[in-house]
Design a protein around this ligand. Structure first.
Ligand code: COA
Length: 189
């Protein structure tokens, strides 16, 4: 049974590092800012369906990474840097887990040059399975715009089920000011 406020914290239910066949999901570090800025944070195609605008300067990405590091300390959410196993120092994307009442909500991004190789499905599967192995986690969910076919497919490949279409659910600032219709996906136990 959750007590008031307890569900805000992810720190106790997720491993600090998650290893898959090709990837390492790990704590972000200040040195990740530059490769993230150069790799995808300025890329308008990458941010098209995201809630944030392309970064205009390295300072913006440095600020973002500082917030990520702070989130790990406070335990309120856990943004993992994703690296390939063969060079764990270079971040190629991120996957963030936020606590919900009985589970987690996920968000994720990958640099464009690595799209379509099954990498994010691999990351989503590993993180969701690790989470669901904790007794307090019953449900891992994610939303995506109904036009974001790559995200929907990555979730399906990771074992998520499409549960609903949520009309006018989220504003995606890179597309426009009107709330957009999204799919709700979840994996449960
Ligand atoms: C969404 C994203 C993380 C997917 O990462 P990825 O590693 O390329 O995903 P995967 O390779 O595991 O799976 C993508 C699947 O979608 C398919 N796909 C890609 N574009 C597609 C399209 N336009 N229409 C239909 N399917 C598409 C791929 O072919 C692949 O399926 P397959 O393996 O059956 O062929 C990546 O595209 C990304 O970073 N996008 C920008 C950020 C974003 O939208 N994040 C999610 C917000 S909800």
């Amino acid at each position: 049974m959750f007590h008031r406020g307890e569900h805000k914290f992810v720190i106790s239910v997720l491993p600090v590092e998650i290893h898959t066949q090709r990837l390492v999901l790990r704590q972000p570090s200040v040195s990740d800012a530059e490769p993230i800025f150069n790799g995808y944070a300025q890329d308008a195609q990458v941010t098209h369906f995201l809630m944030w605008r392309p970064n205009q300067s390295l300072a913006e990405t440095v600020q973002f990474i500082s917030q990520c590091i702070e989130s790990w300390s406070s335990g309120q959410c856990r943004p993992y840097a994703i690296s390939e196993t063969r060079d764990a120092t270079i971040p190629i994307g991120m996957i963030e887990a936020r606590r919900t009442a009985h589970g987690l909500d996920l968000g994720y991004v990958l640099r464009r040059s690595l799209w379509g190789r099954g990498l994010m499905a691999e990351a989503i599967r590993a993180l969701s399975d690790a989470a669901l192995s904790d007794p307090s986690i019953y449900r891992v969910q994610a939303f995506c715009d109904i036009e974001n076919a790559a995200s929907a497919r990555a979730l399906e490949k990771a074992g998520f089920l499409r549960e609903a279409q949520m009309a006018r659910y989220a504003v995606l600032p890179n597309i426009g000011p009107d709330p957009r219709t999204c799919y709700l996906y979840a994996k449960c136990k």
